[in-house]
Design a protein. Sequence first.
Length: 296
Amino acid sequence: MTNKGYLPDISLLLLQILWGATFFIIKDAQNYIKPVTLLAYRFLLGALVMAIILCCVQHKQLFKNFRQGMLLGIVLCIAYISQSTGLVYISASNSGFITGLFVIFVPLFSIIFQKRIPNLKNIIALCISLTGLWILTGGIEQMNIGDVLTLLTAITVAIHILYTDKLMKNKTDAYILNFQQFLTIGIICLLVSLILNQSLAIGNATAIWAILYLSIVAGVLGYLIQNIAQKSVPTLRVSLIFTMESVFAAIFAWTLGQEIFIPSRAFGGLLIFLAMILSELPLEDWLFRRKSFHTP
């Protein structure tokens, strides 16, 4: 693989830094704004930015093949609502671990729905990554409602990765898809806020800056990177790279988030990094596939 061939992988890795920062940003912002209301503002603003780009710069149709963008938005909406609500009850680092469990569900759903069986290299990398996730966050000692909600996040994130992979491989326009899924999420979250009679107020400047970062950087830029990169990166490798989000979530939680640093858990982050490197190594396929022998 050429250096140019690694660009999508590097882009996805940089994306995990952008998304890793969102855990402590969201947790802090939720002191000043309701979780679902934050999501509504975040994705409605993101949809507005994408609409301006599509209409004024690219001159494209906003609602072309809207059904697929709407379905993707519904899946992502469930992921975000469950994750944001779960963060009310659990720590940012623990949320990062449970969300990272999508690394299990991606190959599982690939086997069930797409009949794709991982090779030995990917299985080993997945096991190392899962072990790293457990060490990084200390696992789950006692389940509560926040853990259960965040587990739903892991499942829907896996579905989102697989569905995005399908759409991107079918040459779906990444910009239109982003607008459609953002609009869907924003409208659903706004309706949920109104139905639950939640306040639409923004408490202070902290929440405003959080909305801007989540909308423009983690949202518009982040999902464009994901959509474009997934055109050329295999699904299982995407999921392994995405586990680095938990590593960066912990780093940001330990530093800017001022959570207690535990050295042993840093070793878990190292294991996740090694698992990602293993998935990238250009090892010979015959080492990781069961050979079939034919009689003459």
